[in-house]
Design a protein around this ligand. Structure first.
Ligand code: CAA
Ligand code: FAD
Length: 379
């Protein structure tokens, strides 16, 4: 067993860290306050290859492994989780699904611009009445011969307004349940699409979350991904990898908060000594460091399994539930270590605490991860 990162891994980690500090840190508090999408920064991330990290260079990607992706996600998320969710959705939910299951024509037309960062994509599974219960799709894609006619509403869509390309999960044969579902590639500017107002959120406020309404939207048959009825499996297989991305986002949020708490504890004095000299604070820091290390190893293990072609559904769900619960706990403790200063925006930790919460909800809540894990260990 080799725990050593390669030279290339270290280079990518450093490039992501440098980018986060030089490009994302300036203005991160203001973007959060004003819910401003980091458009310029996302464009630069795309130019550097961070939006199509695992895609083959043949399709405009960086051709890197999943371990590199975890390392980059951690570094970007330490500073700005609103930017890292864009990166996660584009890499793992949109590009990965297209490369794994798209036709050559779909890859040339849609994957190349997505992987090279010219445009960004969105993944539209959730609906007002179908979140965790994802097979209860009400968005209908009626088969009209050479095209589908799509009607329905998706909600909570990350990159909802900033994306140009949507991967939309729809129901075509309701009588077949999950086997009647189709995944369609839909261009955002198609007639009949309406974008709802941006959601005013607790955390990841810079990210762009919208409802998307479809009314008689015509989608050519050649834009279906996989065979008729493959859409639910497509969504689940894609989410298995997506969960490694969100686990790494949670890891980054936790390690960002921990680094701030560690630094602050060595500066702040109380009762005649640095607060890091009080054992109560030392134990908090020790527990933070331990849980973060466990989260990191779980993320890297899931990534390694994916790179090795081993089934990573279980390890990805375990990493997500553990890292997201760690992120919520660590960020709350990081605010505590900062005392009153932790409660105001300038010190960053309150934002990290607000950002941590979403990692327990999206791409499958903690309860859904426990469903996936318990089914796997009991089967
Ligand atoms: N890989 C391949 N196939 C899978 C699979 C996987 N990981 N998981 C399920 N399937 C297959 C099953 O084998 C089954 O197929 P068969 O009928 O051929 O056996 C079919 O899919 C239906 O599966 P289930 O019976 O297990 O379905 P279920 O109704 O019990 O639901 C669930 C299972 C795990 C709870 C699933 O509905 C789920 O993951 N829900 C959460 C949805 C979610 O994660 N949404 C995230 C939206 S995207 C997002 O959030 C992005 C973002 O924030 C940035
Ligand atoms: P529900 O499914 O209604 O769950 C409510 C509660 O009940 C949760 O605690 C849940 O865990 C629990 N629960 C439900 N069923 C069970 C059960 N069987 N056993 C135990 N507990 C259960 N979706 C997309 O498709 N694309 C996106 O880009 C996207 N981005 C998002 C961004 C943000 C900021 C947010 C908030 C959400 C986003 N989502 C996206 C949606 C997200 O994936 C869903 O919110 C999530 O899957 C939960 O669904 P729900 O909100 O309908 O909650």
């Amino acid at each position: 067993m080799d725990y050593q990162l390669t030279e290339e891994h270290l280079m990518i980690q450093k490039a992501a860290r440098d980018f986060a500090i030089s490009e994302l840190l300036p203005g991160v508090i203001e973007r959060d306050e004003h819910q401003k999408f980091p458009a310029e920064q996302i464009k630069k991330l795309g130019e550097l290859g961070f939006l199509g990290m695992m895609v083959s260079p043949k399709y405009g990607g960086a051709g890197l492994d999943t371990i590199s992706y975890v390392l980059a996600m951690e570094e970007i998320s330490k500073i700005d989780a609103s930017a890292s969710v864009v990166m996660s959705v584009n890499n793992s939910l949109v590009c990965w699904g297209l490369e794994a299951f798209g036709t050559e024509e779909q890859k040339q037309k849609y994957l190349v611009p997505l992987a090279s960062g010219q445009v960004i994509g969105a993944f539209l599974l959730s609906e007002p009445e179908a979140g965790s219960d994802a097979t209860s799709q009400r968005t209908v894609a009626e088969d009209k011969g050479d095209h589908y006619l799509v009607n329905g509403t998706k909600n909570w869509i990350t990159n909802g307004n900033s994306a140009s390309i949507y991967l939309v999960i729809t129901q075509t044969h309701p009588e077949k349940g999950s086997k009647g579902i189709n995944a369609l590639i839909v261009e955002k500017n198609s007639p009949g699409i309406t974008i709802g107002a941006k959601e005013n959120k607790l955390g990841i406020r810079g990210s762009d979350t919208h409802s998307i309404m479809f009314q008689d939207v015509k989608v050519p048959k050649e834009n279906r991904i996989g065979e008729d009825g493959f859409g639910f499996k497509f969504a689940m297989k894609t989410l298995s990898g997506g969960r490694i991305g969100i686990a790494s986002q949670a890891l980054g949020i936790a390690s960002g908060a921990y680094e701030l708490a560690l630094k602050y504890s060595k500066q702040r004095k109380a009762f005649g000594k640095e607060i890091s000299q009080h054992q109560a604070i030392q134990f908090k820091l020790a527990d933070m460091a331990t849980r973060i290390e466990a989260s990191r190893l779980m993320c890297l293990k899931a990534a390694w399994e994916k790179d090795m072609g081993i089934d990573y559904t279980l390890s990805g769900s375990m990493a997500k539930v553990f890292a997201s619960e760690t992120a919520m706990w660590v960020t709350t403790e990081a605010v505590q270590v900062h005392g009153g200063y932790g409660y105001v925006k300038e010190y960053h930790v309150e934002r990290l605490m607000r950002d941590a919460k979403i990692t327990q909800i999206y791409e499958g809540t903690s309860e859904v991860q426990r469903i996936v894990i318990s089914r796997a260990i009991l089967s």
